[in-house]
Write a protein that binds this ligand. Structure first.
Ligand code: NAD
Length: 520
């Protein structure tokens, strides 16, 4: 019988590793090895992309209705296998079950969203020419798929940030090759195996495995690259894509601020901050990473938040839903988290709860609340990406807005204020791709809204019309409405009489006032 490893190797784009090299995937909760995965060499990536490229024209040709049917079958397969997929996701990431289950939930919702909305977002757009002389043409914009979309994904939401982006790319008529993070490839590999072997869908979705070399090769072979990951790697990917003039969409890091005004409902703000800062062990690009609180309510808010963070249970909860915060997924990230907390501690911040790694096997960092921080500290300036919430006192809303905008990042943000109008006034001044008034993270769930970053948080956006149009080239069409003569007046040969006529015509159209139009 075929082993699980062999089955997964089959789902890799080319079936067999050309290098013979492998990497291990670990359980973050105790550090043990789950599985060894074969690395795809650049040659293997090229061969795999060529294979799915060959299947892409037929996929494009079946149209939205045909592609919709396959995506619906994938949705039904995910539903039928959800428990198993959630468990595997939990195993390779160290998430609590509630967080692990978000990945399948997202895919189900996103499939339904893109199969319904995709055809509308990509419908031909009729353009009325500005020049009346051109109205004898039908002019339209047609959205056509790039061909092969390469997706390079991080480890924090291994399926949402890979298959989640593949869904609109596929619906648009592309073939897709995904390179998941080497820390967390297993659930995605299993889902792509499900697509090809159990759903029996066309050969237009594949996985390549490995690290930077594999990712770089995928950039070289793709017609469009969707990258989600760190700012540092995003720049490397964009530079590499420049060699082949391949367009990219970059979803990078964040340092999301949350502002609490003196008029806010502090209980709601504290609940939201604890959840938005600690969900997925704080490993979300749109985690709450900095909190600014107006002076009159600072002490009360900090005490409320301290109680919430202390109440959070951390552990490996299997499928019991008995913990809120899980393990860290990446040992390298735990080092960064620890460094930021120690930097703040050394600079005089107060660690109110947490503030250290847990002893024992696995990779665990305690839910941590830090008060009395300032902008000289790393924890307020660099992406922490862990279960750490730093809170800073500000004298008023103006200072809060200034500090919120004092960041090289601009991904998400939140404002808690006494009423929606006050909240919206502040939100409109925040330099970020999104702002949630009296809420956290929720913009990600509104799939009709673009989700993308300003400044160093990225280029482009997933979700909304942009989220599917980015996977298409536009083609401008002009088509005659009326019978045509043998030549147009502006074509060769030129003569004084014809050019005089053209000049008078352009004058008549573009001048204002009858006398000017007639040249009198
Ligand atoms: P990373 O940049 O280290 O790795 C991301 C992916 O790039 C991985 O698959 C990795 O193997 C690959 N890679 C590494 N070197 C490469 C190279 N030279 N060429 C091509 N690919 C290469 O990021 P990570 O640590 O996996 O993820 C965490 C980061 O992702 C955080 O900064 C986080 O904010 C960001 N993120 C952003 C969003 C968003 O939507 N903006 C969402 C989630 C995570």
């Amino acid at each position: 019988m075929e082993s699980a490893t062999e089955a997964k190797a089959k789902a890799a784009v080319n079936g067999k590793p050309a290098t013979g090299e492998t990497f291990e995937v670990h359980r973050p909760v105790d550090g043990s090895v789950i599985e060894t995965v074969a690395i795809d060499s650049p040659e293997s990536v090229a061969a795999g992309v060529a294979r799915i490229r060959a299947a892409q024209p037929a996929w494009e040709a079946i149209g939205f209705a045909g592609r919709r049917r396959w995506l619906e079958s994938l949705r039904d397969w995910i539903l039928a296998n959800q428990e198993r997929l959630d468990a595997l996701m939990q195993e390779e990431t160290g998430k609590v079950r509630a967080d692990a289950s978000l990945e399948a939930f997202y895919c189900l919702e996103a499939i339904n969203f893109w199969i319904d909305q995709g055809p509308k977002f990509l419908a031909d757009e009729v353009v009325t020419p500005h020049n009346p002389l051109l109205r004898a043409k039908r002019s339209k914009i047609v959205h056509r798929p790039y061909g092969v979309v390469g997706i390079i994904a991080p480890w924090n939401f291994p399926v949402i940030l890979s298959l989640g982006d593949a869904l609109p790319a596929l619906m648009a008529g592309n073939a897709v090759v995904i390179k998941p993070s080497e820390l967390t490839p297993l659930t995605l590999i299993e889902m792509v195996r499900g697509w090809s072997e159990e759903v029996g869908a066309p050969d237009v979705l594949a996985v390549v495995n490995g690290m930077g070399e594999t990712g770089g090769a995928l950039v070289d072979e793709s017609d469009y690259v969707q990258f989600t990951g760190s700012e540092r790697t995003g720049k490397v990917v964009m530079k590499r894509a420049a060699d082949t003039l391949t367009p990219v969409s970059l979803e990078l890091g964040g340092k999301d601020p949350l502002i609490v005004t003196r008029t806010a409902d502090l209980e709601r703000a504290a609940n939201a901050t604890a959840w938005g800062g600690l969900l997925n062990t704080g490993q979300i690009c749109i985690s709450i990473e900095r909190v600014y609180v107006e002076e009159p309510v600072y002490d009360e808010f900090v005490e409320l938040l301290r109680a919430k963070v202390e109440d959070v249970r951390q552990g490996a909860d299997g499928n019991t839903y008995s913990a809120e915060v899980g393990a860290m997924t990446s040992p390298a990230q735990t080092e960064i988290v620890s460094d930021h907390v120690e930097d703040a501690r050394a600079a005089g911040a107060r660690i109110l709860t947490g503030g250290k790694r847990k002893q024992g096997p696995g990779d665990w960092y305690e839910p941590t609340l830090i008060a009395d921080v300032d902008h000289s500290m790393k924890v307020m300036r660099e992406e922490t990406f862990g279960p750490v919430i730093p809170v800073m006192k500000v004298k008023d809303v103006e200072e809060a807005i200034t500090l919120a905008n004092d960041s090289k990042y601009g991904l998400g943000s939140s404002v808690f204020a006494g009423d929606s109008e006050e909240g919206e006034r502040i939100a409109r001044r925040i330099e970020a791709g999104a702002c949630n008034v009296n809420d956290v993270l929720v913009n990600y769930n509104v799939l009709g809204l673009p989700m993308g970053g300003w400044k160093n948080s990225g280029i482009g956006a997933r979700h909304g019309a942009q989220g599917i149009r980015r996977f298409c080239r536009t083609e401008a069409l002009t088509i005659p409405r009326l019978p045509q003569g043998k030549a147009e007046p502006v074509w060769f040969p030129y003569s004084p009489r014809k050019r005089g006529f053209v000049r008078r015509l352009y004058r008549f159209i573009n001048a204002r006032g009858l006398r000017d139009r007639l040249g009198l």
